[in-house]
Design a protein around this ligand. Structure first.
Ligand code: IMP
Length: 199
């Protein structure tokens, strides 16, 4: 079986990548299992952070690595927390949900967007990066037990349930991460630079 290193220590992301790769006969190996540390996310956008994480992992491990940088952009917060989504919650998602819901309520604006930049890096440091987005609204209260992160407060367009209520089987067909992943697989779409790699 082919193996791809998933340059993340986030168990939720690793599980989703495992489910996306399994039908392709590819095993997802987590960065933790390879003893890799995560570089600081110093870029100002999703693509830049995905590239630095994927490249560092691929070069260190000597095998192809996929990294995702993702987050929730809330219209009422001017697009924040965005690349700072993990830091905005700081492990306390109930409090983050309450702050986001309060901001949406105060603004009367509930639109939000999940963004995922997915970078495939080779051991020689070359990369190709793809962007996936999922538009939706913030739920007026968190709902559902599945998933991770902000899943309980995001209702994707075309659905009435949150990502957490929809569960992995549905989320993995419509999510920002699934959309970016589909571009990697097909070699289509919005590579940040040329087909030969973006740096
Ligand atoms: P990073 O990409 O490791 O910087 O962190 C992304 C953060 O965005 C996660 O820790 C979550 O807080 C949030 N996030 C990204 N994708 C998802 C998702 O699919 N569901 C819920 N939260 C997500």
């Amino acid at each position: 079986m082919k193996r791809v290193l998933i340059a993340t220590h986030n168990a939720g992301k690793l599980k989703e990548f495992g489910a996306l790769l399994a039908p392709l006969g590819i095993e997802a190996v987590g960065a933790g299992a390879m003893g890799l540390t995560e570089p600081d996310e110093t870029a100002s956008d999703f693509a830049g952070n995905a590239q630095l994480k994927a490249r560092a992992a691929a070069v260190a491990a000597g095998m192809p690595a996929l990294a995702d940088d993702s987050g929730l952009c809330v219209a009422a917060l001017g697009g924040e927390p965005g690349v700072l989504s993990a830091r905005y919650a700081a492990g306390d998602y109930p409090t983050a949900f309450a702050r986001i819901i309060a901001a949406c309520g105060a603004a009367g604006e509930w639109r939000a967007r999940f963004v995922c930049a997915l970078c495939l890096a080779q051991p020689d440091g070359t990369t190709a990066t793809f962007i996936g987005q999922a538009d939706g609204v913030i739920a007026k209260a968190p709902r559902g037990e599945g998933g991770f992160g902000y899943d309980a407060v995001f209702v994707p367009d075309g659905y009435e349930k949150t990502y957490a209520e929809l569960g992995g089987a549905v989320k993995d067909t419509i999510s920002h991460r699934a959309r970016a992943f589909a571009q990697v697989v097909k070699g289509l779409g919005s590579s940040c630079r040329s087909a030969g790699g973006d740096g």
